[in-house]
Unconditional design. Structure first.
Length: 328
């Protein structure tokens, strides 16, 4: 029985252009759950991680809107809240789909903390945008009153930025591993995990955002899964993205992909972290990683779509001419 860590993007539950209503999220979650159930039917053991960017943004806005009436909520608490909320939606949808398929496997969410270092260089260089866009007046006020780091975001307005430190340890890993080995379909490390650190002998929350694909890669390596799958909003990985020379990568070895990353082919904060996560999984002993659309996860795992990255550039049935296909 093959195993995988499947990292679902937060935008899979709130599509571009949607308001993010619970009804929309339920419908989107059901579509993702249907694909995951098909994989379970085929005998895959699956652990699900997910992004939570849009959901945390909504939590922060709710907290800000209610300021003065109820206590504000820190970023780590917003992350914990969305882990529970999104886990609930996924659990419910997955249980329904699995029941329809006659599978009685348990589905469980683990609200997960991820250890980071307060000495991580990223802590002194906040780069991850969070929350809504701000006016110049609001930016000045929040900087003065709350000590936020605020920058101009691509000319669209001011936004708060927070550190994005490297994940060091998954605090609840032992429990996650036991549940996974028991045969449960586990949902864990939502949003990259709640950032925590040791301070004066106490575990405390950190105002930061961990890249969910880096945490997912670490989890896949520690569980020694056969596959590491990243769902995103594009159908595969492209070279020369959005240029006339754009090419879609089909099957590729880790060394070649690493060369493309070093050449600056992938945008920081977008595809580059996903490529880095995939390479880390393969360097730690993984055999295959996949990047594909969240709408095509089943077909991607079956080998029909997406970008498949292999350790040492060797894959089943490989052809001498394989490696990339022309777009279109």
């Amino acid at each position: 029985m093959r195993s995988m860590v499947l990292a679902v993007g937060g935008n899979a539950l709130i599509h571009r252009g949607e308001q993010g209503t619970i009804r929309e999220q339920r419908e989107n979650t059901r579509r993702v759950a249907r694909q995951i159930a098909h994989l379970a039917i085929r005998g895959y053991r699956i652990l699900i991680t997910h992004g939570n960017g849009p959901q945390v943004g909504a939590e922060l806005l709710l907290s800000e809107t209610a300021a003065g009436r109820v206590p504000g909520r820190s970023l780590d608490l917003c992350g914990a809240s969305t882990q529970g909320e999104m886990g609930y939606l996924l659990q419910q949808a997955l249980k329904s789909e699995l029941s329809e398929a006659g599978l009685g496997m348990p589905v469980v969410t683990v609200v997960t903390q991820c250890l980071v270092s307060l000495d991580d260089p990223a802590m002194k260089n906040p780069t991850k945008p969070v929350g809504r866009f701000l006016t110049g007046t609001e930016a000045a006020e929040y900087t003065r009153r709350l000590g936020w780091t605020i920058v101009m975001d691509a000319g669209r307005g001011y936004r708060r930025v927070v550190p994005s430190p490297r994940p060091m340890e998954i605090v609840e890993f032992d429990l996650i591993e036991r549940l996974f080995e028991f045969g449960a379909l586990v949902i864990a490390c939502g949003g990259g995990g709640i950032p925590v650190a040791w301070k004066d002998g106490e575990l405390v929350g950190v105002e930061a955002v961990i890249d969910k694909d880096l945490t997912s890669s670490l989890l896949a390596s520690q569980l020694a899964t056969d596959l590491f799958v990243i769902g995103t909003d594009t159908d595969c990985v492209y070279l020369d993205y959005n240029r006339p020379t754009q090419r879609a990568l089909d099957r590729i070895g880790e060394t070649e992909l690493e060369q493309y990353l070093a050449a600056g082919q992938f945008a920081p904060g977008s595809m580059a972290p996903k490529i880095t996560s995939v390479l880390q999984f393969l360097r730690r002993g993984g055999c295959e990683a996949i990047i594909a659309s969240s709408d095509d996860l089943y077909a991607a795992v079956e080998g029909r779509v997406g970008t498949h990255v292999f350790c040492h550039g060797v894959w089943p049935g490989m052809l001498a001419t394989a490696g990339s296909r022309a777009n279109g």
